[in-house]
Design a protein around this ligand. Sequence first.
Ligand SMILES: Cc1cc2nc3c(=O)[nH]c(=O)nc-3n(C[C@H](O)[C@H](O)[C@H](O)COP(=O)(O)O)c2cc1C
Length: 192
Amino acid sequence: MKKFLTVILAVLTMITFTACGGSAEKTSAPEEKPADKILVAYFSCTGHTKTAALEVAELLKADTFEIVPVDSYTPDDLNYHIEDCRANIEQKDSAARPAIKNKIENPAQYKTIVVAFPIWWGAEPRIIDTFVESYDLAGKIIVPVCTSGGSDIQASVVNLKELCKGATVTEGKRLGIISKDEVKTWLDSLKL
Ligand SMILES: Cc1cc2nc3c(=O)[nH]c(=O)nc-3n(C[C@H](O)[C@H](O)[C@H](O)COP(=O)(O)O)c2cc1C
């Protein structure tokens, strides 16, 4: 009888041990959802857009990516008082696509991309067009934000809706003139 009970006990111990092993596997860490990440991509020549973009990234706990031109813009390139300065020539040519030096690492991990830029002649700099055309944005959410001397972002939003094939382009926002709290309230309203 004693021997019989010992065997029963051993079998029960084995079953319990196996069951615990199984449940340990089931309680492993939940899978990450990398496709839900947010990226703030920004182009900035004199720093205003960079400051605003980094604030947005902090609020959204997002990764950041600086859009770096192959040929950086000199002060002469940006002097819009000179009719044929580089920036003016590019903005007058809707087909201009200034080259970008760097690439987003693994763009598939981002569901949402905030695209931040200064307004040039009422719209996004052509290098932003290069940027959005460099990736397959289908299924992604594109959030346009800008800084400017006064112009709004509406023309850029219209252009980006045309260029970001298959993506959802949200309403845009002019930053640099509203408080951090207002930026946060606006970002929250987008429910990203
Ligand atoms: C070539 C050029 C064109 C510009 N055109 C406009 C414009 O049409 N409307 C406006 O409000 N600001 C205009 N600006 C001002 C910039 O949008 C503004 O200074 C912006 O904050 C600069 O951003 P950044 O410091 O990130 O480069 C222009 C600036 C440049 C260099």
